[in-house]
Design a protein around this ligand. Sequence first.
Ligand SMILES: C[S@@+](CC[C@H](N)C(=O)[O-])C[C@H]1O[C@@H](n2cnc3c(N)ncnc32)[C@H](O)[C@@H]1O
Length: 349
Amino acid sequence: MLIGRQDELGAYTVADPTPAQAGEHEDSTSSNGTPYVIEENPTGGMRMIANKDFECGDLILQERPLVLFPLEVALPAKSDLRLSLQRALNALNDAKRADYMGLANIYATDAFEPVLGIFMSNKFEFFSTDDAEAASADRTKPFAAVFKDISHMNHSCCPNVVRYWCMASRSMYVHAARSIQKGSQIVTTYCDPFLPLRERRALLLNTYKIACTCPACTNSESDANRVRIQNIQDNLAPVIQWALTPALPDDLLLVPSLEQLKLIEDEGLEGTEYYARVLRRLWYIYFVLDDFGASGFYGRMLRAWKITNGTKRSDVIKEMQSELELIQYAVNRRRLFMPRKAKLVRPVS
Ligand SMILES: C[S@@+](CC[C@H](N)C(=O)[O-])C[C@H]1O[C@@H](n2cnc3c(N)ncnc32)[C@H](O)[C@@H]1O
């Protein structure tokens, strides 16, 4: 069941969810003081800065939007959008309306009215990960929303966060995709980071008036690196095959997997599914090699990645437990075919 009411133009009014409705998602940040601050950017506008150190997987914030629309309502060409926005704003209290009107408006000099310009400048578009109603009816229905804090996050093609929408709690979750030091800027991506540089450049300029200067946009090898990353398969067959063939070298798959991991980290794309693919491989490979320390390390990273990307903790644990059984099976079979080590013969005294 969706929470809140939807008016005839599609805007949702946001009602507080009960804990049960809020669903089972990652725990909140328990930090001393605020985990982030919004401050002026020396190059103009505002930005979000980490106010503490975050580890990969940490929850940075969970925020409910000021306004939320199905995307079909939120297209600027829709003449209803202005009216729908006005209604949504009227439903907010004065403080929240002031928060909305205080957000950046990159279209201030264009023909858009301020409420529209602010919406177009600050909206995030997303799919719901857990809306049972949408899942059965129309799983592909996207939404757009504007947030008081999240909308201050600037763009990078090497984002240090991942975000997902939880329909049950009507909120956006933002997790650290890698370690973020206190004082660093918290940045998300406004576009598909795997688009070629030329296409990202055009999209960012046309839609957000951004000339991106992130590490990926200033590295002439980044496009090729990102193509290589997209070639990483989600296929465990080669790992199982290797595990069942003890004659193959131990590092046959380990070396390329560690290289892939480094490539993704160098490109700042830890939040993408390709990172999870490599973590999963490393978790398997080290397990087969009896290096449980390293296997556990990558297994924990994979678990954090899955939770960070919106899978419920209990589902992740179930998923990973049944995967472990598969690895254990491969390991047992491998042992059967391993050459027995010669027994030590004690000299007869
Ligand atoms: C959703 S707002 C982000 C927060 C905004 N900087 C503010 O002042 O609240 C989007 C706008 O921020 C600016 N922006 C975001 N990322 C940027 C980047 N990487 N470089 C330059 N400007 C950026 C652009 O003006 C963009 O249209």
